[in-house]
Design a protein around this ligand. Structure first.
Ligand SMILES: NC(=O)c1ccc[n+]([C@@H]2O[C@H](COP(=O)([O-])OP(=O)(O)OC[C@H]3O[C@@H](n4cnc5c(N)ncnc54)[C@H](O)[C@@H]3O)[C@@H](O)[C@H]2O)c1
Length: 337
């Protein structure tokens, strides 16, 4: 296998081509990571059980000799013969309806799956990044969530399998770093949106856009005064790659600090899609967080990172992408899955 050198996208440093394993590489964020890191000349091993991801997301890479796909659940220990330099753990259903379908499996993915990947990192001497989440803050009592905030999480509720699983995974990462010196990185990801989100997975940005384009009412859970901060996928992938390259072993928030109410978002989508769809209100699910806004001071300091894409611009990209998808075959596939 020949070694290629490439320019890092965010610096002038030259680095050698490396082998990167992306667990959950068939999902929304994972497939964008595959695309970026493959494009930079690396070898990519994608591991996915396609629980929520899609073979269509990785179809453009399948013929690439630098890309290989292993269809496997990360709860089963991974046997990889070749050297691995970096591991991104993106494997976990991310939308509440998906992760609540099989809550025990969600918890096990976050704990057993993370442990299997940490064991692999330890065996291979690889650096490993965990896709943690703003959900580890639960329903926060502070308006701006900083990494030192310990959160307000319910251990016995419908979101607990995800939130508590992600919290336990952070602890596993911390212990593997402390006990075994594994090079761990932890990204606390805030709501991210963009092309390749599953049109029917129930996340708010894709929900509103699909509803607006299909002429259905936009469904708001609660009165719409709860807030979220939305990060475009290219900014998120850039932040994750920078974190992997950094020396920071403590968790880092990555997200866009511009905060919107859900009602604001619905109105923006209505305006941008020129839909006749109306807004309808329905009951708020249990434990739905009231607010979400990242303090990104640490990301700025240690990664020299800040988001570049505004919600206005990002929504234009996403709406254009969904317009194409909804008249193409993807929605038909989604409906029969
Ligand atoms: N997108 C966001 O806004 C967001 C926010 C916070 C955290 N995250 C985290 O980022 C990661 C990726 O999220 P996403 O938005 O791309 O979600 P996604 O559902 O599109 O992708 C998750 C991928 O993991 C795979 N997967 C799930 N369980 C698996 C298992 N046991 N074994 C192997 N593969 C498995 C799925 O098939 C899918 O391809 C997740 O860990 C999620 O918790 C995402």
């Amino acid at each position: 296998m020949k070694d290629l050198a490439f320019e890092e996208s965010h610096g002038s440093q030259r680095r050698e081509r490396i082998t990167i394993l992306i667990a959950g590489g068939g999902g929304f964020l994972g497939s964008h990571l595959c695309e970026k890191l493959l494009g930079e000349g690396n070898r990519i091993i994608c591991v996915d059980n396609f629980q929520t991801g899609s073979r269509r997301n990785v179809a453009p890479f399948i013929e690439n000799p630098d890309f290989s796909l292993i269809e496997q659940d990360v709860c089963i220990p991974l046997k990889i013969k070749e050297p691995v330099n970096q591991i991104y753990n993106m494997a976990c259903a991310a939308s509440p309806p998906s992760y609540q379908q099989n809550p025990i499996h969600t918890l096990m993915t976050n704990i057993i799956g993370a442990k299997n990947l940490l064991d692999l990192a330890r065996r291979k001497g690889a650096r490993i990044l965990q896709s943690s989440t703003s959900e580890i803050y639960g329903d926060p009592e502070i308006p701006l969530q900083v990494e030192s905030y310990n959160g307000n999480v319910n251990t016995c509720g419908p979101r607990a399998c995800y939130d508590e699983g992600k919290r336990a995974a952070e602890t596993l990462f911390w212990e593997y770093n402390e006990l075994y010196g594994v090079q761990t990185r932890v990204a606390r990801i805030f709501n991210t949106y963009g092309p390749r989100m599953h049109p029917k997975d129930g996340r708010v940005v894709s929900n509103f856009i699909v509803q607006a384009l299909e002429g259905e009412n936009l469904t708001i859970y609660g009165d719409g005064s709860q807030t979220r901060s939305f990060c475009f996928v290219s900014d998120m992938v850039d932040g994750l790659v920078r974190l992997m390259a950094s020396n920071e072993t403590m968790p880092v928030n990555i997200g866009n600090p511009d905060e919107f109410t859900i009602l604001d978002l619905a109105k923006i989508v209505q305006r941008k899609t020129l839909t006749r769809s109306r807004i309808e209100f329905t009951s708020l699910p249990k434990d739905d967080p009231r607010q979400r806004r990242p303090d990104i001071g640490r990301a700025a300091a240690v990664l020299d990172w800040a988001p570049k894409v505004s919600l206005d611009e990002g929504l234009d990209h996403m709406i254009a992408w969904f317009r194409e998808e909804l008249i193409g075959p993807r929605l038909t596939d989604a409906l029969v899955q």
